[in-house]
Write a protein that binds this ligand. Structure first.
Ligand code: Q46
Ligand code: ZN
Length: 307
C-alpha cells in the first residue's frame, strides 16, 4: 500500500501507477502543455524524476525523446549517464547526448570557479541554454523537465523570501515558445518526489540515488527541508502554496517577465536570445577556456543520438 497523505489516499501498485499517469495527464491538459502531434524533448539526468517523467510520457503515447547533458561532475556524471542510457535502451527510445567537457572544453566545477559562480549557478545556466538549443536544433516543439511539486514549491518559497518578482513572473508550469525559444513545460508539478521515487521502484526503473555532490549546502535543499517540516504537520500545505500561487498571485507578475522577453536580441556568439550582446552561456564558455568572447572552443550542440 502506497500512502499519499496529501490526497488522504492509499493505493495498491497498479492503482498507484495509474494515479501517477493520471496526475501527469491532468497537468498536461490543465496547463495545455502539449498534444499528441507535438515533438517533446525530455531532459533526463538519470534521476528518479526525469526517468519517471520519460516513462509516463512514453506510456501515455506522446512523441518523446530524451536529452542527457554530461556535466563533467566526476563519478556522479559517469553513473548518471549510465542510468539514462540504460533506460533509453530498455525502452528503445532515442537519447540525445551533449557532453559539456568534450564539446565546450570545461566541466561544471572548473567553469564555475573560472566564472566566479557557485557550481549550481553555472550548471543551471548551462542546462537552460543547452536544453533550449538542443530542442531548437532538433526541431522539437517542447522541452519537458522533471521538476516536481517539491522542487517548484521550494523555488517559489525562495523567490517569495526575496520577492524576486521577475522570477515569480516566470515560475509557471508552461513557458510559451518565442522566437529562438522552444516551449518549456513541467508535467510533474502534480507529483511529489516521494511519489516519483515510488513510481520508479514499482516500475522497475533503476535510477541514480546519490545526490549531485555540488548540491551540498545549497539553499534549495534548505527550503525543501523547511517545507517538508511544515508538510508533516499539515499535509497538503505544499500543494496549496504552489497551486494557489499559480491561481491567484502569478498573474500579477507575468507582465514583468514579459517585459524582459521583449528586450531580447540574438547572442553575438551562438544566436540564442539574450538581453545583452553575449548570452550567459557564451560568457561562461569564454571564461572557462580563458579565450576572448567569440574565440572560445565549442559551438553547436553537436548532439549524438542513441540508440
Ligand atoms: S546537477 Fe547542477 Fe544540480 Fe549538481 S551542480 Fe547543482 S544544479 S546540484 S539539479
Ligand atoms: Zn551565446
Amino acid at each position: 500500500m502506497i500512502e499519499v497523505r496529501r490526497h488522504n489516499a492509499g493505493f495498491c501498485q497498479p492503482c498507484f501507477l495509474k494515479h501517477c499517469r493520471d496526475q501527469v495527464s491532468r497537468a498536461i491538459e490543465e496547463f495545455e502543455m502539449f498534444g499528441p502531434d507535438d515533438r517533446v524533448l525530455v531532459a533526463v539526468s538519470g534521476g528518479k524524476d526525469s526517468l519517471a517523467l520519460w516513462d509516463i510520457l512514453l506510456d501515455l503515447g506522446y512523441q518523446v525523446d530524451g536529452l542527457y547533458l554530461g556535466l563533467g561532475i566526476g563519478e556522479y556524471s559517469g553513473s548518471s549517464g549510465t542510468y539514462a542510457r540504460q533506460y533509453a535502451a530498455r525502452r528503445c527510445a532515442p537519447l540525445i547526448e551533449v557532453d559539456i567537457p568534450s564539446e565546450f572544453g570545461f566541466d561544471i566545477p572548473t567553469g564555475a570557479r573560472a566564472a566566479k559562480r557557485v557550481p549550481c549557478s553555472a550548471c543551471g545556466l548551462s542546462k537552460r541554454h543547452l536544453f533550449n538549443q538542443s530542442a531548437v536544433d532538433g526541431g522539437y516543439d517542447v522541452v519537458a523537465t522533471g521538476h516536481n511539486l517539491d522542487d517548484e514549491a521550494a523555488v517559489l518559497f525562495g523567490n517569495v523570501l526575496r520577492w524576486e518578482t521577475a522570477y515569480l513572473g516566470r515560475q509557471a508550469p508552461v513557458l510559451p515558445a518565442a522566437p529562438g525559444f522552444a516551449r518549456k513545460v513541467k508535467p510533474l508539478v502534480r507529483m511529489g518526489e516521494r511519489e516519483t521515487a515510488a513510481y520508479c521502484v514499482l516500475s522497475g526503473i533503476d535510477y541514480i540515488v546519490e545526490e549531485c555532490p555540488m548540491a551540498v549546502g545549497n539553499k534549495h535543499l534548505g527550503y525543501k527541508d523547511a517545507l517538508n517540516q511544515i508538510e508533516v504537520q499539515s499535509p497538503g500545505t505544499k500543494a496549496a502554496f504552489y497551486f494557489s500561487f499559480l491561481d491567484r498571485v502569478s498573474p500579477l507578475f507575468t507582465g514583468i517577465a514579459e517585459e524582459e522577453r521583449q528586450g531580447l536580441q540574438p547572442c553575438a556568439g551562438c544566436g540564442s536570445p539574450t538581453t545583452g550582446e553575449w548570452c550567459a552561456f557564451c560568457k561562461l564558455v569564454a571564461k572557462a577556456s580563458g579565450a576572448p568572447l567569440g574565440g572560445a572552443a565549442g559551438g553547436t550542440t553537436g548532439a549524438g543520438v542513441a540508440p
